[in-house]
Design a protein around this ligand. Structure first.
Ligand SMILES: Cc1cc2nc3c(=O)[nH]c(=O)nc-3n(C[C@H](O)[C@H](O)[C@H](O)COP(=O)(O)O)c2cc1C
Length: 256
């Protein structure tokens, strides 16, 4: 197993940093090959600037093919982006770890997706029938992804009726709109709640939960997001009326 661990926390001695260390050790102990993108340690440039945008958005610099997973002409991209593409192409599994900040990911991680998931690499791939390959198909199809998250909120408050909203809803832009969009199978997230006050016993429980999720990475069932091109959506990409009748919102995109 080739695992790429994306880590977005400024402080290696944090809870998040300790869990990252546990996770990398566990993966290596189980024989996985592991590479890491520690975004703060790398001083990752988080903001797409005009130079990036010109390179990534210029269609005449793209070579997009339906048959190649990464048919992307990377010669024009910055060195830092090409290095991340090489790691992603190598990986069969990607862990994305961050603390929940204002209901989302730290800006440095958002900027990693903005700059790395460029057209032709992560999206914009055409199928032979002319449809766009996305939501379960596409450049990164065949890879697995899992979010590892710490959150200050107590567990009950990130449940379906909790005041913070359901964690699946909070993570919908990342898990559905980014990872699944690019074709990756998304495993259920591991969320460590109440993360601002963690006793040694609670840390050990969190580390044990992480080790168990990593041990079973290859066999866990992914979140059952619907495939865009699997027949559930009409020509306008709206869910067919007979599916999830009477319901709307984020949950209807799960085939449960
Ligand atoms: C800028 C900022 C925003 C935060 N926003 C949230 C939030 O929206 N929901 C939540 O549950 N916790 C929030 N927290 C708490 C963090 O998730 C929590 O401190 C962190 O996960 C603890 O892990 P750490 O010690 O490794 O940083 C926030 C913390 C900071 C610093």
């Amino acid at each position: 197993m080739n695992v790429l661990w994306i880590f977005a926390h400024p402080e290696p001695r944090s809870l998040g940093g300790s869990l990252r260390d546990e996770g990398l050790s566990a993966l290596r102990a189980q024989g996985a090959d592991v590479r890491e993108s520690d975004l703060y340690a790398m001083k990752w440039k988080a903001v797409v600037d005009a130079d990036d945008f010109g390179r990534a958005a210029s269609p005449d610099r793209l070579v997009v093919g339906a048959t190649s997973k990464c048919a992307f002409e990377t010669g024009e991209l910055g060195e830092d982006i090409r290095a991340e593409h090489e790691k992603l192409a190598w990986a069969d599994t990607v862990i994305i770890q961050f603390p929940l900040w204002w209901y989302g990911m730290p800006a440095i991680l958002k900027g990693w997706f903005d700059r790395v998931f460029v057209k032709g690499f992560a999206y914009g791939v055409q199928r032979p029938d002319g449809r766009t390959a996305r939501y379960g198909e596409g450049a990164l199809a065949g890879k697995r992804a899992m979010v590892v998250l710490t959150a200050g909120a107590p567990e009950a408050t990130i449940g379906p009726r909790g005041v913070n909203g359901d964690i699946g809803d909070l993570l919908f832009p990342l898990q559905h709109g980014t990872l699944w969009y690019a074709g990756m199978s998304v495993l259920p997230p591991l969320t460590i709640c109440g993360a601002d006050r963690v006793s040694p016993g609670q840390f050990e429980a969190a580390a044990a939960a992480l080790r168990e999720r990593l041990r079973t990475l290859a066999i866990q069932d992914p979140i059952p997001f619907r495939h865009q091109n699997g027949g559930d959506y009409d020509d306008d990409l709206v869910l067919r009326a007979e599916l999830a009748p009477g319901r709307d919102g984020i949950g209807v995109h799960l085939d449960t």
